[in-house]
Design a protein around this ligand. Structure first.
Ligand code: 3EB
Length: 337
């Protein structure tokens, strides 16, 4: 296998005036820019408008790249970049109008996912590995339905129209931002990932109706292979057992339960992809905290459970159930040279 084409990850805290060592431009699939919007680039950028916690840097940039060079394009509202093996894209859509068939957010979600799936079909990258969804005012109730649930209806509709089976959904996250457009970034490939579910949790695509008229379409984790090496994507994970939120009001207990859920996903991933040897201590984490004041408690709990040297980025964001105080996502790549 050609290790030079494998997916790689690079994180860079933008300090004012600090010299930066960046991955080579040609190999950059895409980037997410946390906190402050980045200037425009040849590659797709997802602006994640969430405050960083515990960092004085104005921005944090996270790059997905490969040593192989990428070709870039725009189709409709999608900006994408592709290597032979992988495609990364970003689509941002405003909520323009509702209709008899749905709210403005529902229809924006449906349009975004339709564009995304059309592009993947046209470019020949049928398999979604990971999707990052940022939904403005995610917990607000509008037209009698929480906005996250409206988003789920539109997303589900597009999955159905493109005959995408929900039980082979991508790893994903869905978080709330204060404002801005609906923003979706995605990583897709020619090869299918292994979908991993959590035996302690009801699969999200089978959530009962009490969580909304249409279920979310994501898998709890996915293991993919790139350049012959395994990659683990852990979806946004929270303090949910079965389908119930547990430890309501207790951010430390929610953090512990979330880590227990991630621990089970790592075990399941190692069973599904024998020899990959993922460990909790070696993942890269992104931690979403609803109330910024909970940051020290969440950080201390994670450091106790995972060690003082874990790689974690902490941000303030709304989580998609109003009783969840924290959500944690992660990925694991083989150690980079
Ligand atoms: C949960 O377990 C928490 O809608 O894409 C986590 C990851 C959550 C992804 C999504 C939602 C999503 O239900 C919320």
């Amino acid at each position: 296998m050609n290790q030079d084409t494998r997916l790689q990850f690079f994180q860079c805290h933008r300090a004012a005036n600090a010299p930066q060592s960046l991955p080579p431009d040609a190999g950059i699939l895409g980037m997410s820019s946390l906190q402050q919007p980045a200037t425009s680039h040849a590659w797709p950028v997802q602006q994640v408008r969430v405050p960083l916690l515990g960092s004085s840097a104005p921005q944090l940039h996270e790059y997905w790249f490969s040593a192989a060079s990428c070709r870039r394009g725009r189709v409709g509202d999608v900006h994408f970049s592709a290597s032979d093996e992988l495609l990364f894209g970003v689509i941002e859509l405003p909520e323009t109008h509702g209709s008899d068939t749905g709210t403005a957010l529902q229809l924006a979600a449906e349009r975004a996912y339709r564009q995304l799936f059309s592009l993947l079909e046209a470019e020949g990258f049928p398999h979604l590995w990971r999707v990052w969804n940022y939904v403005p005012r995610i917990n607000e109730i509008e037209h009698g339905l929480e906005r996250y649930r409206q988003f789920n209806i539109g997303r589900h509709e597009a999955f159905a129209d493109f005959a995408r089976p929900v039980n082979s959904s991508p790893a994903a996250c869905a978080l709330g931002v204060v404002d801005g457009p609906l923003s979706i970034a995605f990583l897709a490939a020619r090869q299918a990932p292994l979908c991993i579910e959590n035996p302690r949790q009801t699969s999200a695509f089978s959530y009962p109706r009490q969580y909304g008229p249409r279920s979310p379409t994501f898998t709890r984790a996915a293991v993919a292979h790139s350049g012959g090496l395994p990659i683990l994507f852990i979806s946004g994970t929270a303090s949910i057992i079965g389908h119930d939120t547990v430890h309501i009001g207790d951010v430390v207990a929610q953090t512990r339960e979330t880590v227990a859920n991630i621990g089970v996903l790592v075990e399941q991933a190692n069973l599904a992809a024998p020899g990959s040897g993922f460990t909790l201590a070696e993942l890269d984490y992104r931690v979403y905290i609803r109330h910024a004041a909970d940051y020290p408690a969440v950080r201390n709990t994670l450091q106790q459970l995972l060690g003082p040297d874990i790689r974690a980025v902490y941000v303030q964001a709304d989580v998609c159930r109003s009783d969840l105080l924290v959500e944690i996502e992660a990925h694991g790549l083989p150690q980079q040279p």
